[in-house]
Design a protein around this ligand. Structure first.
Ligand code: GLP
Length: 241
């Protein structure tokens, strides 16, 4: 693991965007795994800026998002589909048919999730996966559990995650209780991973991910086994290291 500590979120975003842009410029049809949440927003901002400056094009790039809420439609203002379009896709030259955000309301979740994993494999696998981390060490929506998860699946969210997501919804009862998420195995199949975290609320999870034992009690700890991971964090998130 390469652990880099930055002064602020802009520096983190610039460093993460540089890796992604260099990849796309050396491989025009790169496959990107993308994440939602506040953490990657400065990265997406920098990517948009570099796109506007003519320094990168996404016209042959394909993207696969990590996760999506169940029980709200893709058109909902809180869906990850909406988030990704507002924060990135609407501002670059990526083709809509090359964008994949999981369907949060598939008729047959098991079949749909298997097909999602197959489409990643068929595309050639993810070159760079962007990740955030939950306060409880989750990646995607892989919550602490007894076993590491495998492929994409439908997950029941924990109280801690529902609590963290509350700020985005008007009423507590509107916060989705389930999500479709890539599994831990689908995530670590990526050739390169950039995990971004900021703030004191993430410090324990960052500590456990880097210094703790590799255990499904902290799903992000699996990244210790991957040979090409960048951990980009600020001083607050690094405060327990
Ligand atoms: C949600 C998402 C994760 C994300 C996490 C952290 O749970 N499913 O993919 O990493 O939030 O979000 P934030 O970056 O806003 O702290």
């Amino acid at each position: 693991m390469e652990v880099k500590i930055f002064n602020n979120s802009t520096e983190i975003g610039n460093a993460a965007a540089e890796i992604i842009i260099n990849k796309v410029n050396s491989k025009n049809d790169a496959i990107l795994g993308l994440a939602t949440g506040a953490s990657p927003v400065p990265t997406y901002k920098k990517i948009i800026e570099e796109y506007n400056n003519g320094n990168v094009s996404f016209k042959d790039v394909k993207t696969f998002n990590l996760d999506e809420y169940c029980s709200i439609p893709a058109s909902d203002r809180n869906s990850y589909y909406t988030f990704m379009h507002e924060n990135l896709f609407n501002h670059i030259d990526i083709k809509e048919e090359n964008v994949h955000v999981p369907n949060g309301n598939p008729e047959n979740a098991e079949e749909y999730c298997a097909a999602y994993d197959e489409s990643i494999v068929a595309a050639g696998g993810i070159d760079i996966q962007v990740l955030g981390i939950g306060r409880n060490g989750h990646i995607g929506f892989n919550e602490p559990a007894d076993e590491f998860t495998a492929g994409t699946y439908k997950v029941k969210l924990t109280d801690s995650t529902i609590e963290a997501n509350k700020i985005y919804f008007d009423h507590e009862e509107d916060v989705p209780r389930y999500a479709i998420t890539m599994g831990v195995q689908s995530i670590i199949n990526a050739k390169e991973i950039i995990l971004i975290a900021e703030g004191k609320a993430k410090a324990q999870a960052i500590h456990d991910m880097i210094k703790g034992e590799i255990s499904p009690a902290c799903p992000a700890s699996i990244l210790q086994k991957h040979n090409n991971v960048h951990i980009f964090i600020d001083k607050d998130a690094a405060s327990l290291l």
